[in-house]
Design a protein around this ligand. Structure first.
Ligand code: F6P
Length: 499
């Protein structure tokens, strides 16, 4: 752990935002970056020239350049599982062999998409996409963001084990014209397997002659999918090095490709590849993901912020906050370094958020006047695609910008209840137009920011052992083996629920 640079960052006399704007006439140009039709404005954060210098020193100490190269070269960057992280290869940015493999597998996905569109499964009007966590959040975001004006077919997403979720997901669907996509990297996830079984029953009850024949598996563990009765011709593969939360670029995106069309899927990958090039080749001061990570670390380490909030000022991006919650919290919610030592400092902030303007009327009170500082991120789109008077969109955007200004400027009052302290940080991402390309770039930005944060901290963002204990205990309770091991409170709850 590099102590020197951290102590320079943590002891730096952070100036107020107004003072920073006054003292740094070139602040806007230095803290804004344009890439792939996305404008990143980090000028309303407390980063200043000296801090950026300290972060550059930290990046050097943490061998940031080598770590980034290792990611793109397909070297082992996930040491606890002894593997590379090959999601960048899915969009053509990784090591040549990984890119070639990903491209060959993409052709298989494309062939299946073409076959479905050509009628190989008769008339298909809907996809029931079953998966959880990284096997559903990405595709759901893509379809919700891009499929509003003319999706080619309906896609329903089903993740929760709760039967209510199943009922809602299939409500109104015709089993005879629905294909079921079961996405699971491991093909062992309890919720997904239970929902797959329920879907098979639902197909069978409707009189389908071959329910298994309506299933498509997407997995890195094909033998498990085949063992579950899915014919290998309908098993789409992705690489073991593609983590669930980084997997939407792979065959996991097949439902989105079916809904949005193959060309849109390719454009998504191209947008991500453009962000890959930016992250890989831009110098530190002009590198959007790295700049954002520096601000993230400033707020967590030096200013003690335990959360950060993302507000999508665009309904089409309403699923971005939950997507980011998994990406950021499952990746960087760690207490140990990549070489297995205690981290000794906080890692990731809690990511939360919502949509604007709704959130202004619900949670912004705390952001403006609460005692905790929450770095806020606004994500907005310049052009709208809705059918309403453009005044709606103008109001939406001006509200986003007004909130950022209000958080920063504050308004002094002698009345403590009406006093706005101001000096509250925010960042803004303004997307020119929301399409597959810009969405791909946006999501890749967040992936690289997450990676940059992990490198600065010296942690491994690609494993997630923290999720295992709860699964183990649930399994033990399910198998009636946990009684003796459980506390009185949990035992009483089990008894009361009669399970
Ligand atoms: O339990 C967490 C997790 O393993 C996530 O990392 C993953 O995205 C999700 O569950 C689903 O896993 P799988 O794709 O293997 O079903």
């Amino acid at each position: 752990m590099a102590k020197g640079p951290w102590s320079a960052i943590e002891t730096h006399a952070v100036q107020g935002l107004a003072a920073l704007f006054a003292a740094e006439p070139d602040r806007l140009s230095r803290l804004t970056v344009e890439v792939a039709g996305l404008y990143f404005d980090w000028s309303k954060t407390h980063l200043d020239a000296a801090l950026l210098g300290h972060f550059e020193t930290l990046a050097e100490a943490m061998k940031f350049d080598a770590a980034r190269e290792a990611l793109f070269a397909g070297a082992v960057v996930n040491p606890s599982e002894n593997r590379a992280a090959t999601h960048v290869a899915e969009r053509g940015s990784g090591a040549p062999d990984a890119v070639a493999l990903a491209s060959a597998r993409r052709q298989c996905t494309r062939a299946l998409v073409d076959a479905i569109e050509a009628g190989a499964f008769d008339d298909v009007t809907a996809i029931l996409h079953i998966g959880i966590g990284g096997s559903v959040l990405g595709p759901a975001l893509l379809v919700d963001a891009l499929g509003r004006n003319g999706a080619r077919l309906e896609v329903r997403f089903l993740s929760n084990i709760d039967g209510e979720a199943f009922d809602a997901a299939v409500n109104g669907l015709d089993p005879a014209s629905t294909l079921v996509v079961v996405a699971s990297k491991t093909f062992t996830t309890g919720e997904t397997l239970a929902n797959m079984a329920a879907a098979l029953e639902w197909l069978a009850e409707a009189g389908g002659a071959d329910p298994h024949g309506r299933l498509i598996a997407v997995t890195a563990t094909p033998e498990a999918a085949v063992a579950a009765g899915i014919d290998e011709t309908r098993v789409l593969l992705f690489d073991d090095g593609v983590g669930g939360r980084y997997s939407l670029w792979s065959a996991v995106g097949v439902s989105a490709a079916l809904a949005l069309g193959w060309d849109a899927f390719e454009e998504l990958l191209e947008g991500a590849a453009e962000m890959d090039r930016h992250f890989r080749f831009s110098e530190a001061g002009a590198n959007a993901p790295l700049l954002a990570a520096c601000a993230d670390q400033l707020y967590v380490q030096a200013l003690g912020c335990q959360t950060r909030a993302v507000f999508a000022y665009d309904e089409r991006l309403r699923l971005l906050p939950p997507y980011l919650q998994q990406l950021e919290m499952e990746s960087n919610g760690k207490s140990a370094t990549a070489d297995g030592k205690p981290l000794g400092r906080a890692s990731a902030a809690v990511t939360w958020g919502g949509t604007g303007t709704d959130a202004q009327h619900a949670v912004f009170q705390l952001l403006h006047q609460g005692r905790v500082t929450v770095p806020v991120e606004f994500v907005a789109v310049r052009d709208n695609d809705d059918a309403q008077d453009s005044e709606h969109h103008r109001l939406l955007l001006l509200n986003a910008f007004a909130q950022g200004a209000a958080l920063m400027q504050g308004r002094a009052s002698d009345d403590a209840q009406r006093n706005y302290p101001g000096n509250r940080p925010s960042a803004t991402i303004l997307i020119e137009r929301l399409d597959a390309r810009s969405l791909g770039a946006l999501i890749a930005f967040y992936e690289h920011r997450t990676f940059a944060n992990a490198v600065l901290l010296g942690i491994n963002p690609f494993d997630q052992f923290g999720v295992e204990l709860g699964k183990d205990i649930a399994r033990a309770i399910g198998e009636g083996e946990a009684q003796g091991l459980l506390d009185a409170s949990t035992r009483a709850l089990i008894k009361r629920a009669g399970i």
